[in-house]
Design a protein around this ligand. Structure first.
Ligand code: PEP
Ligand code: MN
Length: 378
C-alpha cells in the first residue's frame, strides 16, 4: 500500500510521522518513506510493506495531509503505475526535464575512440541544437579480444569537451560500481562541465548488485536498458531494484529483443512497447534504434531502417532516443556498421521533429474524440 501525501508535505514533516505511527500499529507492517522530486511537484510517499491486506485504506484517507492511498497491484511497487493511480512526475537533471512527455536525443559515439572524434561529434550536436549525447567509455564486448573502451583514461577529455560544446547530459554505460566512482572523480577534477546519466546495458539488466549500487546513489540518474532475452516483467522488476534502493530517477530504454525471428535486424524491434511501459510504470521511456536495427540498410523509399524504427518509437511517445553516430564508421572500434554519419544528423533531427509533431497532433485528435459531444444550446 502507498500513502501519497499532498504536494507541500515533505518527508520529515509531522504529518508523515503520524501516518507512519498509524501504520506501525498493525503487526508485521513495515514502512518506508520516499521523496521524489518531480518536475512540477515533490511527491512524498509512504510505503506500507508486509502484511497490509488487512489494513484499511480509509484510516489514512481521513488525514488532511494525505492525497490518496493506493493499493499496490504490481510487484514493481516504486516504479509501478498501479492502474494509473500512481503519478508519473518525472525528474529534472542539469536543467533538463525528463518526463513521460519530454523528448531528448542522446546521439553520439557508441565507444569513445579518439579525442578528435569526440570533439567532432559534440561540435555537430551543438550545431544541430542538441544538448544531450552518448559516449561509451566502458564497453561490454562479446569477445575479450575486442576493444573494451578507454575507461577512466578518456573521462577528463570527454567531460571537458562536453562542457565546451554545451552538452548538458551524457549517457555513459557503467559495468561495475567502481566505474561510477571513476565518473564522479573525473567530474570533480574537471569542475563538473557536464552531467552523466549512468547507463545499465542489456547484459547487466539483471546484475542486481550493480542495480542496487546505482540505486543507492542519488547524484546520477539511470538509463536502464531492457534485458535482451527476458520477459518485460523481469526487466521491470530489475528496474525496481534501482528505485527500491532509493533512486527514482530512471529512464527505461527499449533496445530490441534477442531473437532469430528479428532477422535481418540485429534485434527484434520492440518499440510497440513504448506505451506499454508508460502505462505500467511511472518512468520516462527511451528507445535505442541503433542497437535494435544494428545496420545501415535502406527501404525502397530511401529512408534508413534506423530512421523508420526511430519514427515508430517517437510516434508512440518515446521520451529519449539513444542513437549511434560516428565521423568515420568504418574506423569505429565498436558497432561501426550501425553508426550514422555526422552529416546525417540534421536529416535525423528533422525526421524526428516531423514525427514528434505527428504524435502531438494525434494526441489532440484523441482528446477531441474522447471529449463528450457538445450539447446544442436551446
Ligand atoms: C550500448 O548502448 O552501447 C549498448 C551496449 O547497448 P545494449 O546494452 O543495449 O546492447
Ligand atoms: Mn554499441
Amino acid at each position: 500500500m502507498i500513502v501519497v501525501m499532498k504536494a507541500d508535505v515533505g518527508p520529515d514533516s509531522p504529518e508523515v510521522d503520524r501516518v507512519v505511527e498509524m501504520a506501525r500499529r498493525y503487526p508485521d507492517v513495515q514502512t518506508q518513506v520516499r521523496a521524489i522530486q518531480g518536475t512540477t511537484r515533490m511527491l512524498t510517499e509512504i510505503y506500507l510493506l508486509g502484511a497490509t491486506a488487512g489494513v484499511p485504506k480509509d484510516i489514512f484517507e481521513e488525514f488532511p495531509a494525505v492525497e490518496k492511498v493506493i493499493r499496490i497491484r504490481a510487484r514493481y511497487r516504486a516504479i509501478g503505475r498501479h492502474d494509473g493511480e500512481a503519478e508519473a512526475v518525472g525528474f529534472e537533471y542539469r536543467g533538463l526535464q525528463f518526463t513521460q512527455d519530454s523528448l531528448h536525443l542522446f546521439a553520439g559515439l557508441c565507444a569513445v575512440d579518439t579525442r578528435e572524434n569526440v570533439a567532432s561529434v559534440f561540435r555537430s550536436l551543438q550545431a544541430a541544437g542538441l544538448q544531450t549525447a552518448r559516449a561509451g567509455a566502458y564497453k561490454p564486448r562479446t569477445s575479450p579480444y575486442d576493444f573494451q573502451g578507454h575507461g577512466a583514461a578518456c573521462l577528463p577529455y570527454v567531460f571537458e569537451l562536453a562542457g565546451k560544446y554545451g552538452i548538458r547530459v551524457l549517457a555513459m554505460e557503467v559495468l561495475r560500481e567502481s566505474h561510477v566512482d571513476e565518473i564522479r572523480e573525473a567530474l570533480e577534477r574537471t569542475g563538473h562541465p557536464t552531467g552523466v546519466m549512468l547507463q545499465i546495458g542489456t547484459r547487466n539488466a539483471q546484475n542486481f548488485e550493480l542495480l542496487k549500487a546505482v540505486g543507492q546513489q542519488d547524484e546520477f540518474p539511470v538509463l536502464f536498458k531492457r534485458g535482451m532475452g527476458i520477459p518485460l516483467e523481469e526487466s521491470l522488476n530489475a528496474a525496481e531494484y534501482i528505485a527500491s534502493s532509493g533512486n527514482p530517477r530512471i529512464i527505461f530504454c527499449l533496445r530490441g529483443m534477442r531473437s532469430e525471428l528479428g532477422d535481418p535486424h540485429r534485434n527484434f524491434v520492440d518499440f510497440a512497447h513504448v506505451p506499454v511501459v508508460k502505462r505500467l510504470t511511472r518512468l520516462p521511456v527511451g528507445i535505442d534504434p541503433s542497437h535494435s536495427v544494428g545496420k545501415k540498410v535502406k527501404g525502397p523509399d530511401g529512408l534508413l531502417d534506423i530512421f523508420h524504427v526511430t519514427a515508430q518509437g517517437v510516434v508512440s511517445g518515446a521520451n529519449l532516443v539513444l542513437v549511434d553516430f560516428h565521423p568515420q564508421p568504418d574506423q569505429a572500434l565498436c558497432d561501426g556498421p550501425q553508426a550514422l554519419l555526422i552529416e546525417e544528423l540534421p536529416h535525423f533531427v528533422e525526421d524526428v521533429q516531423i514525427v514528434r509533431e505527428a504524435l502531438l497532433a494525434r494526441r489532440r485528435v484523441a482528446e477531441r474524440y474522447a471529449a463528450p459531444p457538445a450539447v446544442a444550446a436551446g
